[in-house]
Write a protein that binds this ligand. Structure first.
Ligand code: DMJ
Length: 649
């Protein structure tokens, strides 16, 4: 027993009258009581406390995610402050006229089980898938916070029939009044379709709306932050404006194009002390300037392309000639990321179309020589499996690193795309590129292709040291389009069959979500008796307005003329309008494609939404095959069309 004077425990004194033993009982300390408990009782109490602690930690990400969605960091005089999103998003006056990012739900509005029409849920069950670096780092952070599987709620099967009341589900009555009337879309019956011209105009409207936000709040900056009506800088080079130049040209938005061109001619300077990512600035800036030069014939864009291309060249000064990831375009110095001397395989093998074209236009062979050398080295490297490449390559040794991990998603995706596209660009003469492409596709079929349960959707998973994972990034949805493009250029017809199957899967990644928008990553179910095909982890529920599925729909429609691909694209466009459009201008990435009542805006419009997503929508709905003819052009991985070289060259 402890003496009463000891201070290393808390003593509670109870007051009030009591029975014969009460005095002694009241003076007993907690510690004494604890000591009096049996071992079993003590263990039970300790276990309960530990359980409560674990539950608290497990629910933390959900709470913080919700909190993040409700607030934004706003730069004000005197520093950054957190502000609630919604008053910024939904000014009263705008509510009357605009499509809106839905309001955050009140407790009553968040009825947890009211996700999509029950009838459609049943139908599914009966009927039995930076920069990306920058983006991916965010995902990794989120994934660290929560790696929790979704509950077993069946997903909504969308797309068979969207009715007006379903389209406004989850919104307030007032919102419902103001929402656009979503036309019923029935996949098999095309008799009552909207005229195509309306769809084209809808894309132009979407572009104008995105541009309005960019112009008002982010003009000349890299990216619009539409919720906080501000901007984000990445390279400080007007990334969105440059990425969007050829889209404006193709959509025939002359006024917008002219004001952007004036900015390029008067404001854009690459003589800046900034670090840029080689891959991202090549595909978005160099690619965007080259394609705009080709479409307009204006040498302003070629001069700018030559300037940035030359400033990027120091990246190739490495011991192995495999380029560093980052270049300071003002100082002419290059370096790998701080934490490694590796570069990403997709990045070093997806800059070729642009540098090769720059050489052809300038008659300066240095650009092409540098990127061709990378391809030749990668062609010969050990460490591939059936043509599949690892995700990292070392800039000192020139060897692959992190061996044994294979994906067609982030860090490897556009390696495969550029094998085919370089072959096409160069007039189908560079047989090594074709061989590597064909071999890689066999590798995909052998190692990565599986069917989901219950609907037997074909998907492309990942391989890690022989272990298959049914994980598929939305990024992989470039593949149906690339496969179809290959068939168009004479590759085996069975690639088109695979393209169609994967196209269906990518569409289902949208249609099976409550917002009709795909998450960043899905996991397919493979075991018999699964309720649904697709699972989405909490950390993977975001949508960044990415283009890959729309891109593939464009190719599939061009080559097959099957109108269902247009209808699928039309559904997706409407869902972007419904869940990501910000009333004051711009579109925003969202955190949660599974919550139509509160998709939780992320306050960022990626430049590729204008550069790629809206461009591919427009080309999908256009009846003019000469509008960027696939006989004459090959799109770079940022949707910038570059000419197929005349066969004489
Ligand atoms: C774009 O920058 C390019 O399409 C790239 O190939 C992949 N990531 C984004 C779009 O998702």
């Amino acid at each position: 027993m402890h003496s009463p004077s000891r201070k290393d425990f808390v003593s509670l004194t109870f007051t009030g009258s009591g029975n014969y033993n009460s005095k002694q009982w009241k003076r007993q300390s907690c510690w004494r009581k604890w000591k009096q408990l049996s071992r079993l009782q003590r263990n039970l109490i300790l276990f309960t406390m530990a359980l409560m602690l674990v539950c608290g930690i497990a629910t933390y990400p959900t709470v913080t995610e919700h909190f993040r969605g409700l607030t934004v960091v706003v730069k004000e005089e005197g520093g950054h402050v957190l502000k609630p999103v919604i008053p910024e998003v939904l000014p009263e006056s705008d509510k009357q006229n605009q499509l809106l990012v839905p309001e955050p739900p009140s407790e009553q509005k968040r009825a947890p089980d009211k996700r999509g029409p029950p009838g459609l849920q049943n139908r599914l069950q009966k009927k039995g898938n930076g920069s990306d670096i920058q983006v991916e780092e965010n995902q990794i952070q989120e994934a660290k916070k929560a790696d929790i599987e979704e509950g077993e709620k069946p997903l909504v099967k969308r797309g068979a029939l969207i009715e007006a009341d379903q389209a406004t589900e989850g919104g307030t009555a007032k919102e419902a009044e103001n929402k656009v009337d979503v036309p019923a879309v029935e996949q098999e019956d095309h008799s009552h379709k909207e005229p195509e011209v309306d769809r084209l105009e809808a894309v132009r409207d979407a572009f104008r709306h995105a541009w309005k936000g960019y112009k008002e709040f982010a003009w000349g900056q890299d990216e619009l932050r539409p919720i906080s009506k501000s901007y984000g800088e990445w390279f400080g080079l007007g990334l969105t404006l440059i990425d969007a130049l050829d889209t404006m040209w193709i959509l025939n938005l002359k006024e917008e194009f002219e004001e952007a061109k004036t900015w390029v001619s008067t404001e854009l300077s690459f003589n800046k002390n900034v670090d840029v990512n080689l891959f991202e600035s090549t595909i978005r800036i160099l690619g965007g300037l080259l394609s705009t030069y080709h479409l307009t014939g204006d040498t302003l864009f070629l001069d700018k392309a030559k300037d940035i291309g030359t400033r990027l060249m120091p990246a190739f000064n490495t011991p192995s000639k495999i380029p560093y990831s980052d270049v300071n375009i003002g100082k002419g110095t290059a370096h790998p990321p701080r934490w490694t001397s590796d570069s990403t395989v997709a990045e070093v093998t997806s800059i070729q179309l642009e540098f090769r074209e720059l050489s052809r236009l300038t008659q300066d062979t240095r650009y092409q020589a540098a990127v061709d050398e990378v391809m030749q080295k990668v062609h010969k490297l050990e460490g591939k499996q059936d043509g599949l490449v690892p995700m990292f390559i070392n800039t000192n040794s020139g060897q692959f690193t992190h061996l044994g991990v294979f994906t067609l998603g982030a860090r490897a995706d556009s390696y495969y795309e550029y094998l085919l596209k370089q072959w096409i660009q160069g007039g189908k003469k560079e047989t090594e590129l074709l061989e590597d492409y064909l071999q890689a596709l066999e590798g995909v079929k052998k190692n990565l292709l599986k069917k989901s349960s219950p609907n037997r959707l074909t998907f492309v998973g990942e391989l890690s040291h022989g272990q298959f994972s049914p994980k598929m990034d939305h990024l992989v949805c470039f593949l149906p389009g690339t496969l179809a493009l290959g068939v168009h250029h004479g590759l085996p017809a069975d690639h088109m069959e695979l393209a169609k199957q994967l196209m269906e899967t990518c569409y289902q990644m949208y249609a099976q979500m409550e917002t009709g928008l795909s998450p960043e990553i899905v996991h397919f179910n493979m075991h018999e008796g699964s309720i649904r095909d697709v699972d989405v982890k909490l950390a993977d529920r975001h949508n960044l307005l990415r283009p890959e599925t729309v891109e593939s729909l464009f190719y599939l429609y061009r080559f097959t003329k099957d109108r269902k691909y247009r209808d699928w694209g039309w559904e997706i466009l409407q869902n972007f309008n419904k869940y990501t459009k910000v009333s004051t201008g711009g579109y925003t990435s969202i955190n949660n494609v599974r919550d139509p009542e509160y998709p939780s805006p992320r306050d960022k419009m990626e430049s590729f939404f204008l550069g790629e997503t809206l461009k591919y929508f427009y080309l999908l709905f256009s009846d003019d095959p000469e509008l960027v003819s696939l006989e004459k052009y090959v799109f770079n991985t940022e949707a910038h069309p570059l000419p197929i070289w005349p066969s004489a060259e």
